[in-house]
Design a protein around this ligand. Structure first.
Ligand SMILES: [Zn+2]
Length: 335
């Protein structure tokens, strides 16, 4: 089995919210969601990123609430320390590998959790956060998202925002992230923001969960030029399993959409053609997406490996896609 690194899932906030709102007793070890430790073991995962996601419109105290989620993440790490361990540096990943443990990397999806304060950013670093998705679907003081989003309304996912990029605070934010050693994640960020990140940073960055626009015209996906620039910088984009980012389906039919391995391979083949094999990784978005998934949960991930083999990808290429490319970025940034 090929090892795997997944750059994005929403499992921790999903589990925590269900505990608070519904009194759920499910945990990270075993649950009915897309991802738990048993499924990670079956899938042969080397590392899973765990995002602390918050919607800006649903939380008033973003920083304080993120601490509650992070505390819950730490509780899960402690309860499962026999098989999973949090990583802060590249060497931790290698040590866990030797000890037969899965690595867990803590990330934030929605830069507004820093509430516009670089001291909060540094506090997150000290708590072990090693990747931050600069925006989610709202303008947040750091930058602007791909599209205009209002809860309950159908957004226009085809017009790209090429005007509004990073704010002056956003520029100092990405500069401080680079200095600290936190990976910049441009998924959800506007096109203008992507180019601002290119302009104001030097190190590789990632799109943790975005596909290729050429194969599915959705502004959450990367244009060919963005794929090339990301690749030239040594960055990686993670294949997102969200059905409507893989294939164009009308929003009203979104729940009927099907995320097939075949469609994932169409995106992977295009990314390879445009940016080369070295810019491709995985960012499933498990527990953050709905719809009909051929790879039903994390335990079935080797189906993607089998699909890639059948499509003619070599074992070297498959390892690059499944974990080595992301590991290269982690080695460079997480010192
Ligand atoms: Zn997302």
């Amino acid at each position: 089995m090929v090892k795997l690194i997944d750059m994005h899932c929403d499992t921790i906030t999903g589990l925590y919210d269900r505990r608070i709102k519904e009194g759920s007793v499910e945990n990270l070890r075993k649950n009915s969601m897309h991802l738990d430790i048993e499924k990670l073991k079956k899938g042969n995962y080397m590392l899973q990123n765990f995002a602390i996601f918050q919607s800006l419109k649903k939380h008033e105290n973003m920083f304080e609430d993120s601490i509650k989620y992070i505390d819950y993440f730490y509780q899960e790490m402690e309860a499962n320390r026999d098989c999973i361990s949090m990583v802060r540096a590249y060497d931790d990943i290698i040590r866990n590998e030797k000890e037969g443990k899965i690595s867990a990397l803590l990330t934030i999806e929605e830069g507004a959790e820093v509430e516009g304060k670089l001291e909060f950013l540094r506090t997150f670093y000290r708590l072990g956060v090693r990747m931050i998705t600069l925006t989610w679907n709202y303008e947040n003081g750091i930058g602007y998202p791909n599209f205009h989003y209002e809860e309950g309304k159908t957004p226009d996912m085809k017009s790209r925002n090429t005007i509004d990029g990073l704010t002056p605070f956003g520029i100092s934010f990405v500069e401080e992230m680079e200095r600290l050693g936190i990976i910049i994640d441009v998924s959800h960020l506007s096109d203008a923001g992507f180019y601002d990140v290119l302009r104001y940073t030097k190190k590789p960055f990632v799109a943790s969960h975005s596909n290729a626009m050429h194969c599915c015209n959705n502004c959450r996906n990367l244009t060919d030029d963005m794929i090339r620039r990301l690749s030239e910088r040594g960055g990686v984009t993670g294949i997102n399993f969200c059905p409507s980012f893989l294939d164009e389906v009308p929003m009203e039919d979104e729940r009927k959409a099907y995320a097939s391995v075949e469609k994932m391979i169409v995106h992977i083949s295009h990314l390879k053609k445009v940016g080369g094999i070295d810019c491709i990784g995985l960012g499933t978005d498990f527990d953050g997406i709905e719809g009909n998934l051929e790879i039903k949960d994390a335990s079935y991930m080797q189906m993607l490996v089998e699909g890639l083999e059948k499509a003619g990808f070599t074992s070297v290429e498959i390892e690059a896609i499944c974990y080595k490319n992301v590991l290269r970025v982690y080695r460079e940034i997480l010192k």
